[in-house]
Design a protein around this ligand. Sequence first.
Ligand SMILES: Cc1cc2nc3c(=O)[nH]c(=O)nc-3n(C[C@H](O)[C@H](O)[C@H](O)COP(=O)(O)O)c2cc1C
Length: 140
Amino acid sequence: MDPDTREVVSSIELSSGWELRLPLRWTAILRSQLPAETSLAVTTGVWSGADAAKALLVGADVAMMTSAVLKHGPEHFCTVERDLVRWLDDNEYISVAEVRGSVSYGATDDPSAFERANYLRTLHSWTAPHRLTPRSPSGD
Ligand SMILES: Cc1cc2nc3c(=O)[nH]c(=O)nc-3n(C[C@H](O)[C@H](O)[C@H](O)COP(=O)(O)O)c2cc1C
Protein backbone atom coordinates (compact mmCIF):
# COMPACT_ATOMS: atom_id res chain seq x y z
CA MET A 1 0.00 0.00 0.00
CA ASP A 2 1.15 3.53 -0.72
CA PRO A 3 0.66 5.31 2.65
CA ASP A 4 0.32 8.72 0.99
CA THR A 5 -2.42 7.80 -1.48
CA ARG A 6 -3.79 4.83 0.57
CA GLU A 7 -3.94 2.94 -2.72
CA VAL A 8 -3.07 -0.71 -3.03
CA VAL A 9 0.01 -1.05 -5.23
CA SER A 10 0.20 -4.31 -7.15
CA SER A 11 3.68 -5.75 -7.59
CA ILE A 12 5.27 -9.19 -7.54
CA GLU A 13 8.17 -9.61 -5.15
CA LEU A 14 9.82 -13.00 -5.02
CA SER A 15 10.48 -14.55 -1.61
CA SER A 16 13.89 -14.81 0.07
CA GLY A 17 15.44 -17.77 1.87
CA TRP A 18 15.23 -16.09 5.29
CA GLU A 19 11.42 -16.12 5.05
CA LEU A 20 11.54 -19.87 5.55
CA ARG A 21 12.25 -19.40 9.27
CA LEU A 22 8.66 -18.70 10.32
CA PRO A 23 7.06 -21.61 8.41
CA LEU A 24 9.78 -23.94 9.77
CA ARG A 25 9.20 -22.81 13.34
CA TRP A 26 5.43 -23.27 13.18
CA THR A 27 5.62 -26.60 11.40
CA ALA A 28 8.01 -27.83 14.12
CA ILE A 29 5.53 -26.69 16.79
CA LEU A 30 2.36 -27.95 15.11
CA ARG A 31 3.59 -31.37 13.93
CA SER A 32 3.22 -33.11 17.28
CA GLN A 33 0.00 -31.27 18.15
CA LEU A 34 -1.89 -32.47 15.08
CA PRO A 35 -3.06 -36.01 14.26
CA ALA A 36 -0.43 -38.00 12.33
CA GLU A 37 -2.80 -38.26 9.34
CA THR A 38 -2.94 -34.43 9.02
CA SER A 39 -0.62 -33.40 6.20
CA LEU A 40 1.50 -30.28 6.52
CA ALA A 41 3.01 -28.31 3.64
CA VAL A 42 5.76 -25.74 4.11
CA THR A 43 5.64 -22.75 1.81
CA THR A 44 7.49 -19.43 1.52
CA GLY A 45 11.25 -19.25 1.19
CA VAL A 46 11.90 -22.79 -0.09
CA TRP A 47 14.64 -22.35 -2.71
CA SER A 48 16.98 -25.35 -2.45
CA GLY A 49 17.34 -29.02 -1.63
CA ALA A 50 18.66 -28.00 1.80
CA ASP A 51 15.48 -25.97 2.35
CA ALA A 52 13.36 -28.98 1.39
CA ALA A 53 15.41 -31.10 3.83
CA LYS A 54 14.72 -28.58 6.61
CA ALA A 55 10.98 -28.69 5.82
CA LEU A 56 11.02 -32.49 6.14
CA LEU A 57 13.10 -32.39 9.34
CA VAL A 58 10.56 -30.17 11.10
CA GLY A 59 7.72 -32.46 10.04
CA ALA A 60 6.34 -31.26 6.71
CA ASP A 61 4.92 -33.78 4.27
CA VAL A 62 5.75 -31.55 1.33
CA ALA A 63 7.76 -28.42 0.57
CA MET A 64 6.26 -26.04 -1.99
CA MET A 65 8.15 -23.66 -4.30
CA THR A 66 6.97 -20.77 -6.45
CA SER A 67 9.55 -17.95 -6.42
CA ALA A 68 12.51 -20.26 -7.07
CA VAL A 69 10.75 -21.83 -10.05
CA LEU A 70 9.78 -18.43 -11.43
CA LYS A 71 13.41 -17.32 -11.18
CA HIS A 72 15.21 -20.47 -12.35
CA GLY A 73 12.55 -22.15 -14.52
CA PRO A 74 10.85 -25.55 -14.12
CA GLU A 75 14.18 -27.41 -14.40
CA HIS A 76 14.88 -26.12 -10.88
CA PHE A 77 12.69 -28.96 -9.56
CA CYS A 78 15.33 -31.41 -10.85
CA THR A 79 18.13 -29.47 -9.10
CA VAL A 80 16.24 -29.45 -5.82
CA GLU A 81 15.40 -33.16 -6.09
CA ARG A 82 19.02 -34.05 -6.92
CA ASP A 83 20.35 -32.00 -3.99
CA LEU A 84 17.77 -33.46 -1.60
CA VAL A 85 18.62 -37.04 -2.66
CA ARG A 86 22.32 -36.26 -2.20
CA TRP A 87 21.62 -34.84 1.26
CA LEU A 88 19.68 -38.01 2.19
CA ASP A 89 22.61 -40.16 1.02
CA ASP A 90 25.26 -38.03 2.73
CA ASN A 91 23.35 -38.24 6.00
CA GLU A 92 22.68 -41.97 5.60
CA TYR A 93 18.90 -41.75 5.61
CA ILE A 94 17.22 -44.63 3.86
CA SER A 95 13.78 -43.03 3.56
CA VAL A 96 12.04 -39.67 3.72
CA ALA A 97 9.81 -41.09 6.49
CA GLU A 98 12.91 -41.47 8.66
CA VAL A 99 13.68 -37.76 8.26
CA ARG A 100 10.17 -36.38 8.69
CA GLY A 101 9.69 -34.62 12.02
CA SER A 102 12.97 -35.77 13.53
CA VAL A 103 13.81 -32.16 14.49
CA SER A 104 10.31 -31.09 15.54
CA TYR A 105 9.15 -30.17 19.03
CA GLY A 106 7.68 -33.64 19.46
CA ALA A 107 11.15 -35.13 18.97
CA THR A 108 12.64 -33.34 22.01
CA ASP A 109 12.13 -34.28 25.67
CA ASP A 110 11.81 -30.65 26.75
CA PRO A 111 10.64 -28.40 23.88
CA SER A 112 10.69 -25.17 25.91
CA ALA A 113 14.27 -25.79 27.10
CA PHE A 114 15.23 -26.60 23.49
CA GLU A 115 13.68 -23.34 22.29
CA ARG A 116 15.21 -21.28 25.11
CA ALA A 117 18.68 -22.75 24.47
CA ASN A 118 18.44 -21.96 20.75
CA TYR A 119 17.20 -18.45 21.51
CA LEU A 120 20.11 -17.78 23.86
CA ARG A 121 22.59 -19.19 21.34
CA THR A 122 21.12 -16.90 18.69
CA LEU A 123 21.43 -13.86 20.98
CA HIS A 124 25.04 -14.74 21.80
CA SER A 125 25.84 -14.99 18.08
CA TRP A 126 25.14 -11.25 17.67
CA THR A 127 28.16 -9.06 17.11
CA ALA A 128 27.62 -5.31 16.99
CA PRO A 129 28.66 -3.72 13.68
CA HIS A 130 30.63 -1.12 15.64
CA ARG A 131 31.38 -0.74 19.33
CA LEU A 132 30.60 2.43 21.28
CA THR A 133 33.51 3.55 23.42
CA PRO A 134 32.29 3.75 27.03
CA ARG A 135 32.76 7.11 28.74
CA SER A 136 35.00 7.25 31.76
CA PRO A 137 33.25 8.12 35.08
CA SER A 138 35.06 11.50 35.10
CA GLY A 139 33.46 12.35 31.77
CA ASP A 140 36.80 12.49 29.85
C1 LIG B 1 3.27 -15.04 -9.47
C2 LIG B 1 2.68 -15.76 -8.27
C3 LIG B 1 1.43 -16.32 -8.38
C4 LIG B 1 0.84 -16.95 -7.29
N1 LIG B 1 -0.41 -17.48 -7.42
C5 LIG B 1 -0.98 -18.07 -6.35
C6 LIG B 1 -2.30 -18.61 -6.45
O1 LIG B 1 -2.94 -18.54 -7.49
N2 LIG B 1 -2.84 -19.20 -5.35
C7 LIG B 1 -2.15 -19.29 -4.17
O2 LIG B 1 -2.69 -19.83 -3.21
N3 LIG B 1 -0.91 -18.80 -4.05
C8 LIG B 1 -0.31 -18.19 -5.11
N4 LIG B 1 0.94 -17.67 -4.97
C9 LIG B 1 1.65 -17.79 -3.67
C10 LIG B 1 2.56 -19.00 -3.71
O3 LIG B 1 1.79 -20.18 -3.78
C11 LIG B 1 3.45 -19.09 -2.47
O4 LIG B 1 2.66 -19.24 -1.29
C12 LIG B 1 4.31 -17.87 -2.26
O5 LIG B 1 4.85 -17.45 -3.49
C13 LIG B 1 5.45 -18.18 -1.28
O6 LIG B 1 6.24 -19.28 -1.72
P1 LIG B 1 7.66 -19.10 -2.45
O7 LIG B 1 8.63 -18.60 -1.42
O8 LIG B 1 8.01 -20.45 -2.97
O9 LIG B 1 7.46 -18.09 -3.56
C14 LIG B 1 1.55 -17.04 -6.05
C15 LIG B 1 2.83 -16.48 -5.96
C16 LIG B 1 3.40 -15.84 -7.05
C17 LIG B 1 4.79 -15.24 -6.90
